[in-house]
Design a protein around this ligand. Sequence first.
Ligand SMILES: Cc1cc2nc3c(=O)[nH]c(=O)nc-3n(C[C@H](O)[C@H](O)[C@H](O)COP(=O)(O)OP(=O)(O)OC[C@H]3O[C@@H](n4cnc5c(N)ncnc54)[C@H](O)[C@@H]3O)c2cc1C
Length: 408
Amino acid sequence: MPRSRSLAQTAEPIRPVAPTTSTLITSPSVADENALPRCPRSLHVAVSTGPDGTCSSDSELGVGPARGRTRHFLPRNYFFGNTSRVRQFGRIRASASGSNSTQNPASGSARPMYDCVILGGGPAGLVAGIYLARLNRRVIITDGGQSRASLIPRSFNHPAFPDGIPGRDLLTRMGAQVQKLGVDYIAGCADRVEQASAGFQCMVAERTLDSRAMICATGLVDILPPWRDATELVRKGNLRICPICDGYEINGAAVVVIGHTRRALKEAKFLLSFTDDVTLATLGVELQGVSAADVREPVRLATSPLLSHGPTADGRLMLELAEGRRLEPVAVYSALGCRPRSNLAASVGVRLDQEGRIPTDAHQRTNVERFYAAGDVVTGLNQLGVAMAHGEIAAVAVHNDLLAGVAL
Ligand SMILES: Cc1cc2nc3c(=O)[nH]c(=O)nc-3n(C[C@H](O)[C@H](O)[C@H](O)COP(=O)(O)OP(=O)(O)OC[C@H]3O[C@@H](n4cnc5c(N)ncnc54)[C@H](O)[C@@H]3O)c2cc1C
């Protein structure tokens, strides 16, 4: 039976490392309203869509698409800040492929030929960028700015931070490292990826990037309850997503798991590791793949629709059910599933599993030569450390495979 603990005081948050130089192109993107940070309406954004929620169009925000160059689109980009000046391909680095030239032999154009384009600038993509840059590879990261890590109020399970660290601070630190290494960066969602004779072409807001290899580190989108403030509640820690990440902090409190599937029931049972008081709440949705009889004590079932919800002063939630019950305060987990952002990978023939995630070998290789995948978009455990390790492994595999001249 779980016992209450007195939680240690948290230390002062670690200050983001100030960026040094930046090599940066910006292009726009906006956020999935239900899952991601929103863009300020005053900034220019362009359209960049994906059926699996990769990047949503600005029509959702009621903002007309803008053409051309933009300033930063995030309220506070986690690592480049609001004030970075835009510079295109500002630094030309010695390349492990032996060329410093910006000439692209594949296209005959002046476009640079990258050793690797990294789709996604969350922990997986940033770490891959760091490793590839330090292998003297010419690399560019294109990022939609919607990392799940940016939603972590403070992670207490990430190794080396005994007092925890906010997800944004981690991203800021990794971003500073990427900048210091002169990695090229586009703040924007890739719209299209195609195979080309020399590797891949990636289209990002009317630009084309050529590369010999590609790492897909596009993560996934959490499906949240259909509440206007759902993302904000996640960012503040009132609405939780990952019991492995923060179940330990529940400390014996009452828990409600929102969901109606077998997986949600599994999550409810998992939470018994941290508390004896767990309710599976379907919020009026019919159970799927599981029956009421499968929900056994000590897990309880609440099937009634939700009348209202709201944050409580202690950082938890109040749920008012139609049957007249009021659950307050409760630690609430959303167990409604997720959508992997794997459509670009699939478009070049990458095989997906049943859930839309990308299976890889032990070196993060997919079934498509020189196309690698890392982080949450890959099958397995969705954790910061795992995403970072995937990024490291993928980067080294890219380097070695390019050295070995793996054929397309
Ligand atoms: C609320 C919450 C709390 C969490 N707490 C913890 C914790 O305490 N400990 C822990 O270990 N893990 C935690 N996690 C999980 C952790 O955040 C993820 O495992 C990690 O962020 C995965 O990294 P990633 O790089 O694979 O994906 P992400 O961090 O999601 O980054 C993917 C990036 O790819 C970008 N992208 C998507 N499509 C495109 C495209 N077409 N072109 C360009 N860019 C694109 C996205 O915009 C995004 O920036 C938590 C997650 C959440 C949501």
